[in-house]
Ligand binder design. Structure first.
Ligand code: AR6
Length: 174
């Protein structure tokens, strides 16, 4: 599914984020940039050790929750990996929505600064971090939509969802 926003395209698709042929792939990282399972595991497995060597050297203090940092993409078919740190879901009263929106916004700012024309993003925080997909999808789509309205870049933002339920939640939110 695709929608046009301010001359840009917002796309929703089902698939593996690590296999996307785009300028930047967004990782669902933790604040230590220490690697892990889910999206993080898939990206490091497919991209090789260069990705973590680069972040360990450039960002030894990690990345705060609600923000993002940019690094190399190793063997992936992308120019950059943007490591975004979403919040752990704690019931909804711990600023989770703002932190989640902040992680998406910062990821897109970095993509714009590095002249990325296409960006693939996962459903941050909706796996190990437990953010309910129906709530997270609304925050994600709004954060990305607002950014595209304000900045008119990147040309393509593709949400890459794992499984039909996640796809349906994002499609309903778009
Ligand atoms: N492509 C696209 N989406 C995927 C893939 C994939 N290959 N694999 C899983 N998903 P998660 P989080 C979906 O756990 O909740 C890691 O250990 C998954 O179904 O990857 O932000 C990190 O190191 C879910 O909908 O990220 C952190 O410690 C979504 O991607 C922590 O988990 C996000 O799930 C971050 O947790």
């Amino acid at each position: 599914m695709k929608v046009a926003i301010n001359g840009c395209t917002l796309e929703i698709t089902e698939g593996d984020i690590a296999a996307q042929e785009v300028d930047a792939i967004v990782n669902a990282a933790n604040r230590f940039l220490a690697g892990g399972g889910g999206v993080d595991g898939a990206i490091h497995r497919a991209g090789g050790p260069a990705i973590m060597e680069d972040t360990a050297r450039r960002y030894p203090e990690g990345c705060p929750t609600g923000s993002a940092v940019i690094g190399v993409a190793g063997l992936l078919a992308a120019k950059h990996v943007i490591h975004a740190v979403g919040p752990v879901w704690r019931g909804g009263n711990e600023n989770e929505a703002e932190l989640l929106a902040g992680a998406y916004r910062r990821a897109l700012e970095l993509a714009a600064q590095h002249a990325c024309r296409s960006v693939a993003m996962p459903a941050l925080s909706t796996g190990a971090y437990g953010y309910p997909i129906d709530l997270a999808s609304r925050v994600a789509v709004r954060a990305v939509g607002d950014f595209l309205v304000e900045s008119g870049t990147p040309e393509l933002v593709r949400f890459v969802l794992w499984g039909r339920a996640a796809y349906d939640a994002f499609a309903a939110a778009t």
